[in-house]
Design a protein around this ligand. Sequence first.
Ligand code: PGA
Length: 253
Amino acid sequence: MRKKIIAGNWKMNKTLSEGLSLASEVVNIANDEVPADVSVVLCTPAIHLAQVSAIVKDSETVSLGAQNVSEHESGAYTGDISADMVKSVGASFVIIGHSERREYHFETNAQLAARVKLALDKGLTPIFCCGESLETREAGEHVDFVNNQLKESLFDLSAEEMSKVVIAYEPIWAIGTGITASSDQAQEMHKSIRTSLAGNFGAEVADGISILYGGSMKPDNAQELLAQPDVDGGLIGGASLKSRDFIAIAKSY
Ligand code: PGA
């Protein structure tokens, strides 16, 4: 059985007090209402992690994640955050390779490979993001493009390491645009990702990996997306900023 994961990516939103209120609301509602087989993850701005950690620590449903991590263990990297630091505040997940990081901070597949490896070595669960631009999709190259992202960042892992990674397929054209991939488009890509993982790591590993969909997932489209056989959860931006919408998505399974 694959883990069902609903992860909220707050991005660069919420002051500390707003973030703490949101986290408390999510934890209170999730503990009562989210089915036991669904894990909820809050990926908050790094500066909020330590305090949100205290709010989620007794919850069986909600855990904590960072939005990025350095590929270096420690040292003179002003402004960066290490895997040890993320772990030390009680977070267990980290988003790696979000398209906004790739685009605005020029993160490369090779750099992301090093981050995934270090995060795993430090006991964090990477949520590795992949996904194509509209241009790439319209050129019919989306499957090859995403396969290449997986190949360059993940395929050097051992099968055991890979089995600890979560993947998020996030078509760039669907992020924050209000345009969602259709459930058929999502299923097609998720299946192709799983097939590609099976080719490199074997069917058993591929079958166990949770592949989340991200890109304008909302309460009114979540159910259809999450009903697809290879969609194992969501990475949610905008709709994770309102506790009720976020939990409604987690309850749509
Ligand atoms: P969105 O963002 O739900 O606002 O489209 C998703 C993401 O970028 O993770």
